[in-house]
Design a protein around this ligand. Structure first.
Ligand code: NAP
Length: 317
C-alpha cells in the first residue's frame, strides 16, 4: 500500500530544501526525496555539493562552503518536520490523481501525492577528459559567478563557444590576468553582441579549432593539454583556472512526455512555479536557464511551496 502525502518534493538543492522549509512550516508535512549519494547528477544537496566557498549567499559574510550551506538548509527543513529521505524517485506518474511516485526499484508505487514540487535541478555538460573530475573545485569550475573571485590575478581558460562561455569569460576579466577562450571550431555560437564584447576586451584571447584533451596539475590545476582539431598539434597551456562552459541540461527525465517543456528542454513554468499540469510545480534550475544561482533557486523553492499550499487549499485537499 503506497504511503500518501499532500506534498512530495523531488530534489534537495536550494530549491527543494527551501520548498521543504516553507511547506513544513505550513504544516503540510512534506516528504522530500533527496537523491542518491552515489550519483554526480542527483546527489543530495544538488550542485552546491560540488562547489567550495559560497560567498554570495546572503547571510554569510565570511562565506560558507557549498556542502555546509546545504547541511544547514537540510537541518532547517528537518527542524520544522520535513520528512527527508536519501532515496531516488525513479518514476513519477502525473497522469493520475493523486500523483504516483516509485522509489528505488519498487514495482508498486511507493508514494502517492496531492501535489509535487519538482526541484531536480540541472547539470553542467562536462568535457569527459582525464583530470576533469579530479580537479573539480581544485582549479576547475563550471560557474564563474560562484568561483571567479578565487582566481584573482591568475591566467584562466574558458572552454566553449556559446553565450555561456563568453559571459563567463567577460565576467572573469574582473579578476583574471588573462582569459583564454578555447573553442573547438573557428566561429562562435554566441550572439553577435557577446562576440563583439569579447573580441574588444584586452584580457580575452581565443584559441580556435582547439580541443581540450586533459586537465593537468598537482594539488590544483596547473594547465591543460590541448590538441588542434585541424592541425592535430598537441600543446600544454599553462593556466591555473579552467571554466567549463559548454552548456547545461535540466534533469527532466522524470517528467519528459508528461509536462510542457521549453524549446531547450527546461520545464515551462508560468505565474511563479505552475506547470501545465494541475498540482505539479517546478522550482530551481530544472525550470531556470537564466539565473542559476543558489539564492534565486532558493527563492523559487519558496514560491513553489506557497503556490502548492494555496493550490491545495483552493482544491479543498
Ligand atoms: P550552447 O549555446 O549550446 O553552446 C555550447 C558551446 O560549447 C558551443 O560553442 C559548443 O561548440 C561547445 N561545446 C559543446 N560540447 C563541447 C565539447 N564536448 N567540447 C568542446 N566544446 C563543446 O550553450 P550555452 O552557451 O550554455 O547557451 C545555452 C543557451 O543559453 C543559448 O541559447 C544561449 O544563447 C543562452 N544563454 C544566453 C546568455 C545571454 O544572453 N547572456 C548567457 C548564457 C546562455 P559548437 O559551437 O562547436 O557546437
Amino acid at each position: 500500500m503506497a504511503e500518501h502525502t499532500r506534498v512530495l518534493i523531488v530534489g534537495s538543492g536550494p530549491a527543494g530544501l527551501t520548498a521543504a522549509i516553507y511547506s513544513a512550516r505550513a504544516q503540510l508535512r512534506p516528504i522530500v526525496i533527496e537523491g542518491e549519494p552515489s550519483s554526480t547528477t542527483d546527489q543530495p544537496g544538488g550542485q552546491l555539493m560540488l562547489t567550495t566557498d559560497v560567498e554570495n549567499f546572503p547571510g554569510f559574510p565570511e562565506a560558507i562552503s557549498g556542502p555546509d550551506l546545504m547541511v544547514k538548509m537540510r537541518d532547517q527543513a528537518a527542524r520544522f518536520g520535513a520528512d527527508l529521505r536519501v532515496e531516488k524517485v525513479h518514476k513519477l506518474d502525473t497522469t493520475t490523481r493523486p500523483f504516483r511516485a516509485w522509489l528505488g526499484g519498487d514495482v508498486e508505487p511507493s508514494i502517492t501525492a496531492d501535489a509535487v514540487i519538482l526541484a531536480t535541478g540541472a547539470r553542467s555538460l562536462m568535457l569527459n577528459v582525464p583530470g576533469e573530475e579530479r580537479y573539480l573545485s581544485h582549479g576547475l569550475s563550471t560557474c564563474a559567478t560562484c568561483d571567479g573571485f578565487f582566481f584573482r590575478g591568475q591566467d584562466i581558460a574558458v572552454i566553449g563557444g556559446g553565450d555561456s562561455a563568453l559571459e563567463e569569460a567577460l565576467f572573469l576579466t574582473r579578476f583574471a590576468s588573462s582569459v583564454t577562450v578555447i573553442h573547438r571550431r573557428d566561429s562562435l555560437r554566441a550572439s553577435k553582441i557577446m562576440q563583439e564584447r569579447a573580441f574588444a576586451h584586452e584580457k580575452i584571447r581565443f584559441e580556435w579549432n582547439t580541443q581540450v584533451t586533459e586537465i593537468i596539475g598537482d594539488d590544483n590545476v596547473v594547465g591543460i593539454k590541448v590538441r588542434g582539431t585541424i592541425s592535430e598539434e598537441e600543446r600544454v597551456l599553462l593556466v591555473t583556472g579552467v571554466f567549463v562552459a559548454i552548456g547545461h541540461v535540466p534533469n527532466t527525465t522524470l517528467v519528459t512526455d508528461q509536462v510542457d517543456l521549453e524549446h531547450n528542454g527546461y520545464v515551462r513554468t508560468t505565474m511563479g512555479s505552475f506547470t501545465n499540469i494541475d498540482g505539479l510545480f517546478a522550482a530551481g534550475d530544472v525550470q531556470d536557464d537564466v539565473y542559476r544561482q543558489a539564492v534565486t533557486s532558493a527563492g523559487s523553492g519558496c514560491i513553489a511551496a506557497i503556490d502548492a499550499e494555496r493550490w491545495l487549499e483552493a482544491q479543498g485537499i
